[in-house]
Design a protein around this ligand. Structure first.
Ligand code: VGL
Ligand code: ZN
Length: 204
C-alpha cells in the first residue's frame, strides 16, 4: 500500500497568511491532481493552541526567525500561525479535502513544537500517524506540502527512520528558506537518508 501525505497545506502557509511560504499556493493544484491516484491520503494539520511557545509573541524582546532554547531544545520562533479553529489553520480552500482518508493534527502541546507528522520534536509523543499507516499495511509514503525545510523535511526523515519507503514530490512542496539554501539542503538530506525525490510528472 502506498499513501500520500500532504503536509500542512493550510491558509497561514499560503501567500497572505501569517507564516507565508513563497508560492505555497502553487502546490494545491498539483496535490489535487495526485490524490486520486493513491490508496490512502493522510493529511497533517499544524494545530497550535493560541499560547504556543513557538510563537515569537510569547517571548518579549524576541522576533520571528530567532532561535531560542525551549525546554532544552533549539526552537525557531515563528509568527502566530495555525491557531486551532482560526481561518489560518484551515486547509487551503482550493484543496480537495474530500480525498482525505485521515487527518493527523500536531503541535497541540504548547511546550514543544512538532514539525514531523509522526512525532513531536523530541520524539516524546507519537501522533498516531505511524500506527495508522502500519494498521493499513502501508510501506511507501509519498510526501508533499509545506514547508519543504520544516514539516515536510522532518516528516520524510522520520518516515525513512521508521523504515518506510519515501518519495518526495519536489514540485508539490515549497519551503520557507529562512537561509537561502534551506530547501536545497533539505532535499539533499532526504536523498542522503534514502528518500527518492521526483517531480509530479514522474510519479506513477
Ligand atoms: C511549519 C514552521 C512552524 C511547517 C509549521 O508546516 O513547515 N513550519 N510550524
Ligand atoms: Zn507550527
Amino acid at each position: 500500500m502506498k499513501a500520500l501525505i500532504p503536509v500542512d497545506v493550510q491558509n497561514d502557509f499560503l501567500p497572505g497568511g501569517s507564516l507565508a511560504v513563497p508560492e505555497g499556493d502553487q502546490v494545491v493544484p498539483i496535490i489535487n491532481g495526485l490524490m486520486p491516484a493513491f490508496d490512502l491520503v493522510v493529511a497533517t494539520q499544524d494545530w497550535h493552541p493560541a499560547d504556543h511557545e513557538s510563537f515569537a509573541g510569547r517571548h518579549p524582546g524576541r522576533s520571528p526567525g530567532e532561535v531560542i532554547d525551549l525546554h532544552g531544545l533549539p526552537q525557531v520562533l515563528w509568527p502566530d500561525h495555525c491557531v486551532q479553529g482560526t481561518p489560518g489553520a484551515s486547509f487551503a480552500s482550493a484543496l480537495d479535502v474530500s480525498f482525505f482518508n485521515r487527518l493527523i493534527r500536531k503541535g497541540l502541546d504548547r511546550e514543544i513544537d512538532s514539525y514531523s507528522g509522526f512525532f513531536d520534536n523530541d520524539r516524546r509523543h507519537a501522533t498516531g500517524l505511524e500506527q495508522y499507516l502500519r494498521d493499513r499495511s502501508v510501506e511507501h509514503v509519498v510526501v508533499c506540502g509545506l514547508a519543504t525545510d520544516y514539516c515536510v523535511k522532518f516528516t520524510a526523515l522520520d518516515a525513512l527512520h521508521l523504515g518506510f519507503e519515501v518519495t518526495l514530490v519536489r514540485d508539490a512542496c515549497r519551503g520557507v528558506n529562512l537561509s537561502a539554501h534551506d530547501v536545497d539542503d533539505a532535499l539533499e538530506e532526504i536523498a542522503a537518508a534514502g528518500g527518492v525525490i521526483l517531480g509530479s510528472r514522474d510519479l506513477r
